[in-house]
Ligand binder design. Structure first.
Ligand code: MG
Length: 172
């Protein structure tokens, strides 16, 4: 039950993802969501810490691509100063959006990690292609309008996991 929505791992922030960890997993590329994964959904620019994290990945030979369902101005404004390629209005969880991402990276699904904060878009679509999925605790407590319904369904999955005794994010 709910297996399609389940990530392989739960992390609190992207900073738990290190080049060493990726090398150990045989991961050569990252497809990452933007809103509430890398920064708050209503923050326009990357933080210095995030820019440094991106740089660390690229220096380590890890390819990074942003795949967002958000509109072009938002995604472009965020990604361009970082020199990170991006796909906007991706329509996750459709398989097509993830396949496009893999094509841009030039890597097979098993060598790519998907980072995202939503089960119903980021995890569902990437799991279908057998990518290494990581669910990040949303950076902000609030969400854009389109995400609110997804969160309702997500809460049901989290309740189920709690009942099953499966550890997600520790209560804070
Ligand atoms: Mg998101």
């Amino acid at each position: 039950m709910y297996k399609r929505f389940m990530p392989k791992e739960f992390v609190h922030t992207v900073f738990e993802i290190t080049p060493e960890k990726l090398h150990a997993l045989g991961i050569k590329g990252i497809i990452t969501d933007l809103d509430n994964t890398l920064v708050e959904w209503d923050r326009a620019d990357a933080t210095p810490e995030l820019a440094a994290w991106m740089e660390e990945m690229v220096q380590a030979g890890i390819k990074v691509l942003i795949v967002s369902n958000n509109k072009e101005p938002r995604v472009k404004h965020f990604a361009e100063p970082l020199n990170i390629p991006y796909i906007f209005q991706a329509r996750k969880p459709l398989a097509k959006s993830f396949k496009r991402g893999l094509h841009v990276l030039g890597l097979p699904a098993e060598e790519v990690m998907m980072l995202g904060d939503q089960m119903l878009t980021d995890m569902l679509g990437a799991n279908a292609l057998h990518m290494h999925t990581i669910l990040i605790k949303p950076v902000a407590q609030s969400d854009g309008f389109a995400t609110k319904l997804n969160r309702k369904i997500e809460r049901r999955v989290f309740n189920y996991l709690r009942k099953k005794g499966i550890e997600t994010w520790r209560e804070q």
